[in-house]
Write a protein of this length. Structure first.
Length: 345
C-alpha cells in the first residue's frame, strides 16, 4: 500500500510516504531553532510551528515521492504519546486529509513507529525482537511480538530519559540544545575513562527490583558536581573528557541492560531506535558487545532515528498489510498513550 504518515508529537513536523517497505519521501521541518534559547521544547511554540509547516511539508513530501495526494491508499498519524497541542495539529491534519480523500485513517503509537521505521532500511522486522527505545522523552526496553499489535514493556526509566540526560549535561557544558549530537562530537576527542561516572540501577540490590529499568538523574547530578568542583578550583573544565566519560556511562548501562534483557527473553535480535540511537558510541558499543553474545543488532541510519514522518508511514503500512481495521475519524490525540496501545480505535 501507498501510505502517507504524519508526525507532530514534539518539535518535528514530519511527513513520510512509503510504498510497502520502500521509502519514497521523508520531509521534515523542525522548530528546534525556535526552542534553543529556552534550553528545551516550548509546547505552544511547537504547536504553532506545526500549523505553519504542515501544508508545505505535505506538498514537499508528495513532490519528492512523485505522487498526487489522491494516489495515497491510507493516512497514518501519530496519535500519542507526545505534547498534547502538537499532536492535535497532526491528528487534525490527518483527519482532514483522510476525510476529504475518502481514505482510511490510522492513529498510531509514536514509540511503535520508532521501532517500525527500521523496516525501511533493513527489511521485515525479526519478530519477536527486543527493542531499546531511547529518545528525549523515553528510555524503554520492549519485547516486540508483532509491531502492529503486540509490544510488551520490560522496563523503562524511573526518572530522566537518556536523551534528556544528554541535553542537560550538554547544557552544563555550555553546548547548544539539543545537546546529544554535540556531546557525541565532543566525546570523539575526549577520553571515555577520564572520569568514572556512576552507572544507575546496576548495583546488585537495585537489579533485584529494577533489572530492566534505567535511571539517569544521579548521573546528571554527578556530572554537575564534578563540573562545579572544577570551576571552584579555577581549573578549566575538560569538556571533551566529561562528554566522553558521561556518554560512556549512559551507553554502558543501555547496552548492558538491553543485552541482559535479550538473553533473559531468549531473543537474538536487538533493535535500537529513538533519537539517542543516532549516538555513534551507542551504535559501536552495542554492535561490539552483541556480537560476542551472538545477538544481531539493527539500528536505522541516524536520520531515521530522530522524529520523522517516514516512521509513522512505515508502521501504518505494516498495519494495513496485516489487515487491521482503521481508526475512527474522530480518534483522539492522547499525550500519554501507553506503548501497548499501538493502533487507536
Ligand atoms: P520522543 O521522546 O517522544 O520520542 P523526542 O523529541 O525526544 O521525542 P527524538 O527525535 O526521537 O525525539 O529524540 C531527540 C533526542 O535525541 C534529543 O534528546 C537529542 O539530544 C538526542 N540525540 C540526537 N542525536 C544524538 C546523538 N548523536 N547522541 C546522543 N543523543 C542524541
Ligand atoms: Mg525532536
Ligand atoms: Fe521520538
Amino acid at each position: 500500500p501507498l501510505v502517507l504518515g504524519i508526525e507532530t508529537s514534539c518539535d518535528e513536523t514530519g511527513v513520510g510516504i512509503v510504498r510497502g517497505h520502500t521509502l519514497l519521501a521523508d520531509a521534515v521541518a523542525s522548530s528546534v531553532d525556535q526552542h534553543a534559547r529556552f534550553g528545551g521544547v516550548v509546547p505552544e511554540v511547537a504547536s504553532r510551528a506545526h500549523l505553519e509547516a504542515m501544508v508545505p511539508t505535505i506538498e514537499r513530501a508528495c513532490e519528492t515521492a512523485g505522487i498526487a495526494l489522491h494516489d495515497v491508499d491510507a493516512i497514518a498519524v501519530t496519535s500519542g504519546p507526545g505534547l498534547a497541542g502538537a499532536l492535535l495539529v497532526g491528528v487534525a491534519a490527518a483527519k482532514s486529509l483522510a476525510l476529504s480523500l475518502g481514505k482510511p485513517l490510522y492513529g498510531v503509537n509514536h514509540l511503535a513507529a520508532h521501532v517500525a521505521v527500521d523496516q525501511l532500511e533493513h527489511g521485515p522486522l525479526p519478530e519477536p525482537c527486543l527493542a531499546l527505545l531511547v529518545s528525549g522523552g523515553h528510555s524503554s526496553l520492549l519485547r516486540v511480538e508483532d509491531v502492529t499489535s503486540s509490544i510488551n514493556p520490560l522496563g523503562a526509566t524511573i526518572d530522566d530519559a537518556a536523551g534528556e540526560a544528554f541535553d542537560k549535561v550538554a547544557r552544563l557544558l555550555g553546548l547548544p540544545f539539543p545537546g546529544g549530537p554535540h556531546i557525541d562530537r565532543q566525546a570523539a576527542s575526549g577520553s571515555s575513562i577520564a572520569i568514572d561516572f556512576p552507572r544507575g540501577l546496576t548495583s546488585r540490590k537495585d537489579l533485584e527490583r529494577h533489572r530492566f529499568d534505567f535511571s539517569f538523574s544521579g548521573l546528571k547530578t554527578a556530572v554537575a558536581r564534578w563540573v562545579e568542583a572544577r570551576e571552584r578550583s579555577g581549573e578549566p573544565v575538560p569538556v571533551a573528557d566529561v562528554a566522553a566519560s558521561f556518554q560512556e556511562a549512559v551507553c554502558d548501562v543501555l547496552v548492558r541492560k538491553a543485552l541482559d534483557a535479550a538473553s533473559a527473553e531468549g531473543i537474538e535480535d536487538l533493535l535500537i531506535g529513538g533519537g539517542v540511537a543516532a549516538n555513534s558510541r551507542l551504535r559501536a558499543m552495542a554492535e561490539e558487545r552483541a556480537s560476542q553474545l551472538g545477538i544481531r543488532v539493527r539500528v536505522p541510519r541516524p536520520g531515521l532515528c530522530t522524529d520523522n514522518g517516514a516512521m509513522v508511514a512505515a508502521l501504518g503500512s505494516s498495519i494495513v498489510a496485516r489487515g487491521h481495521a482503521p481508526s475512527s475519524y474522530d480518534l483522539p490525540a492522547d499525550s500519554s498513550l501507553p506503548v501497548t496501545s499501538i493502533l487507536a480505535v
